[in-house]
Design a protein around this ligand. Structure first.
Ligand code: B12
Ligand code: SF4
Ligand code: SF4
Length: 358
């Protein structure tokens, strides 16, 4: 009976675009202590929401009453193929883009449609099918994907979905780490699987490659140093100490995952939602800077990038231009922002211009 249910879950989840699924009834008490220390150290920066609801985060039944089991799912997001005309693998293509200073590097997870909607709507379907499958037994459920105080990696790491890498993300032997996580909190007792063991061994490639030294110790990221935080979550002036290291990364950062040996197993998504939109895998910084606010909203509708807004998008592009080459076109573009009414953009343009002329 338990084996039948596990097989049914695997089969249904795969039909819905999830590459892996597993069930846990996690004990989150240890993680809660680590989390508390992380907040106390101020590693969450200005993500105030991380300091709220700490109790509910680690007590699933407080967040969703009657929760007994948690189903975790992994949805791969690498767009396929990244460059149809190239034989190089996606990691090499990504490193090449990072070395091409007039091009924009956009994190691989953000090339297509906003994943929050994609993962949650498919999880909702999984939940409805599970309810039908278990009928007449009553089932209550709630779906999540990066949408509530849920320690997603910790929950998944207590199931067979994978293990937590030293960069803190979840890894799976057949998928690497290039996937989103989602959860289904359910009120029924489902068969749980034994957790995967950790396969990082003595490797420290992710820690060594991090441009801003944000992985301050194994399994600990100081978000304030992380390029993902600085370019996506943080809307102020980017601290000077990180500006050069950010290079041409204008939205998020993949370096710790690009360097990870397990990502040679990363799988491309089969879903049309994650197909590259607006040429974001291949766009020049100047082309993207030329988008006015209306164009930004039009091009980014339905993308996770929409959320950062036009001003922050431009801040990131101005910074990246300062790390490139001092061509007449770039200097002219930067000059156009030197007296911008938004002081963050004006300051960033001044810094980038000075950087190129120094
Ligand atoms: C806040 C957040 C961020 C922050 C902080 C990241 C972080 N590592 O904490 C920022 C903005 C920097 C970020 C960046 C990214 N994120 Co993010 N992020 C989240 C979010 C919302 C919460 C994570 C969290 O709770 N952090 C708090 C800290 C304390 O948790 P933790 O690092 O996991 O620490 C735990 C352990 O490390 C352990 N621990 C701590 N100290 C120690 C010490 C020892 C010795 C041990 C053994 C353990 C241990 O206990 C802690 C508590 O559980 C989750 C979604 C969610 N709701 O869970 C997505 C999530 C983790 N992010 C995700 C992604 C994709 C990314 C990026 C790759 C995006 C990008 N390309 O730019 C980067 C990767 C950066 C990185 N190396 O972490 C995915 C990861 C998918 C996966 N395969 O794991 C998630 C799960 C979203 C999703 N639904 O798919 N993110
Ligand atoms: S996402 Fe980039 S900056 Fe953040 S920890 Fe990974 S390598 Fe470092
Ligand atoms: S790069 Fe090495 S240490 Fe880091 S997550 Fe991958 S296997 Fe683990």
């Amino acid at each position: 009976m338990a084996a039948d249910l596990t097989a049914w879950l695997n089969c249904t989840a795969r039909e819905l675009g999830f590459a892996a699924v597993s069930v846990s009834q996690p004990d989150l008490s240890k993680a809660q202590n680590f989390y508390h220390d992380w907040i106390q150290a101020g590693f969450h920066g200005e993500m105030d929401y991380m300091a709220r609801n700490a109790d509910k985060r680690f007590a699933p039944a407080q967040l969703v009453p009657e929760t007994v089991s948690i189903i975790s799912v992994a949805m791969p997001y690498l767009p396929a193929p990244l460059h149809p005309d190239s034989d190089a693998d996606w990691q090499n293509i990504s490193w090449q883009t990072l070395e091409t200073s007039d091009q924009a590097y956009v994190s691989r997870y953000a090339h297509g449609r906003d994943y929050h909607k994609v993962v949650r709507s498919r999880l909702q379907t999984l939940a409805e099918r599970l309810t039908e499958h278990l009928a007449p037994k009553p089932v209550s459920f709630r779906v999540f994907s990066d949408s509530a105080p849920v320690p997603e990696v910790e929950i998944a790491a207590q199931s067979s979905l994978g293990w937590r890498g030293k960069h803190t993300l979840l890894l799976n032997r057949s998928l690497g780490s290039m996937f989103f996580l989602g959860e289904l909190y359910v009120s029924v007792d489902l068969p749980v699987s034994a957790p995967e063991v950790n396969h990082c061994g003595s490797c420290s490639a992710c820690m060594d490659v991090c441009p801003t030294r944000a992985i301050v110790a194994p399994y600990q990221v100081d978000a304030r140093r992380c390029i993902s935080y600085l370019t996506i979550e943080y809307s102020g002036e980017i601290p000077h100490e990180f500006r050069v290291a950010i290079g041409n990364r204008i939205y998020g950062c993949d370096d710790c995952q690009l360097a990870c040996p397990w990502n040679k197993f990363a799988q491309a998504s089969e879903l049309p939602d994650f197909v590259v939109r607006n040429g974001l895998n291949d766009a020049s910084l100047l082309t993207l800077l030329a988008w006015d606010e209306a164009m930004f909203h039009q091009q980014m509708a339905g993308s996770a990038i929409y959320r950062i807004g036009h001003a922050q998008w431009q801040r990131n592009l101005l910074l990246a231009l300062g790390n490139g080459a001092a061509t007449p076109e770039v200097l002219t573009a930067l000059s156009g922002f030197i007296n911008h009414p938004n002081p963050i953009l004006a300051e960033q343009a001044q810094w980038s211009r000075a950087q190129l002329l120094s």
